[in-house]
Design a protein around this ligand. Sequence first.
Ligand code: NAG
Ligand code: NAG
Ligand code: NAG
Ligand code: NAG
Ligand code: NAG
Length: 401
Amino acid sequence: MRFLAAATFVGVAIAAPASPTASDTADVHAAQATARTSSHTSHVKGQAFDRYVSIWFENTDFDMAAADPNFQFFAKKGITLLNNFAVTHPSEPNYMASVGGDYFGLDGDPFTQVPENISSVVDLLEDKGISWSMYEEDMPYTGYQGFDWVNQQNGANDYVRKHNPEVLYNSVVTNSDRLTNIKNTTIFYEDLKANKLPQWMFITPNMTSDGHDTSVTVAGKWLRTFLEPLLDDKNFMQNTMVLITFDENETYTIQNRVFSVLLGDAVPQKLVGTTDSNYYNHYSEIATVEANWCLDTLGRWDVGANVFSNVAAHTGDQVRTWNSQPDFEHRYFNYSYPGIFNSEKFAVQPVPDTSPSDRTHRATFPGIQKQWETYQKYNYYHGQLEIPDGYNPPAVIDYSS
Ligand SMILES: *[C@@H]1O[C@H](CO)[C@@H](O)[C@H](O)[C@H]1NC(C)=O
Ligand SMILES: *[C@@H]1O[C@H](CO)[C@@H](O)[C@H](O)[C@H]1NC(C)=O
Ligand SMILES: *[C@@H]1O[C@H](CO)[C@@H](O)[C@H](O)[C@H]1NC(C)=O
Ligand SMILES: *[C@@H]1O[C@H](CO)[C@@H](O)[C@H](O)[C@H]1NC(C)=O
Ligand SMILES: *[C@@H]1O[C@H](CO)[C@@H](O)[C@H](O)[C@H]1NC(C)=O
């Protein structure tokens, strides 16, 4: 089932010259010539910000990033999150989780397609008329769904699908209009210049720039080059909140805490240069966007996640602390629980919560409610802040047989 929002556009079927997942040079060049790109804009007022931008880096321990002079430069301009956690290892499930509210057991970085009956934040945004885009550095053309794309001069890793969260969701890529929002950073600069940036965007630097194949030093330098000029750019800063974050911690045997900073002209002056020690995770990114624009929820781990406190101060959300049981000290978030994508242990697709929540004033998206309400006795998402991990898996009840 596809949740088409009222605000989307009537699809025009165009003949694709090559499969959008083909990654060989000839197919990519053919598709490049005809790929359709959109630059939708909107001006929906948010409670704490009118534009949300997240920029993701790779595999760096908190202390390493915090010690980098360029990341420090941005920390001084915003709020450093001292307890923001990844949800598992390796990369792909963390990206998947940050827009879909779960990682469905994924424990590797393979070519993955999330079934069409699973929503992502795109359904929620479009439903309220909020424009969105992915900006993926060096993705060869708009709507490309291939596994990767290497630098054509030197063969180095460049763009990778596993770092492009919305392309993983079939509820997005089976819609040809939605595909026109999955763009590269060449288009970012065109949209910026034309003052046509959307209200929600996700930016993924390439495998060199994001630190994956390099180091936090390279990542910090890239960020300085990319973001510093935008800080004074009126086409970018329009009551904008930027999240700089990392997908996961590098060392698997310690807690999976990631360095993150919130900054931009939507961050109040009095919070600039401060820290926030509340517990957050990648689901907080969805919860914060939901709270800001009064969106519906996905009914998954987004429901219980803490909203970033500077935003919660405007939306009335309570920032909670992890219960003493289960004991947080021994949660490493370094191992995935079973699920539809788990390479070792299958578990059925988890059922989103459709019951009206007594914790948040938000309800589950109607399209999700409709599809899943008859399965509620199998639902294990109940608005908890305390998310599971592979050593403390959710209590799945199999409804499939
Ligand atoms: C990973 O998280 C832990 C605990 O939150 C933190 O102390 C550490 O700095 C991070 N990175 C490394 C290398 O430990
Ligand atoms: C959702 O889609 C998957 C994959 O197509 C299918 O196996 C599953 O039964 C569907 N679930 C529901 C409740 O429709
Ligand atoms: C970015 O996407 C556009 C639109 O599809 C394409 O024309 C352009 O070549 C791409 N840029 C890079 C660097 O691949
Ligand atoms: C990644 O992007 C940077 C510029 O942001 C560029 O210098 C570099 O060559 C790109 N890496 C690859 C492997 O193409
Ligand atoms: C997760 O961290 C714990 C504590 O250091 C360690 O015992 C365990 O082996 C780690 N698991 C994985 C999959 O790395």
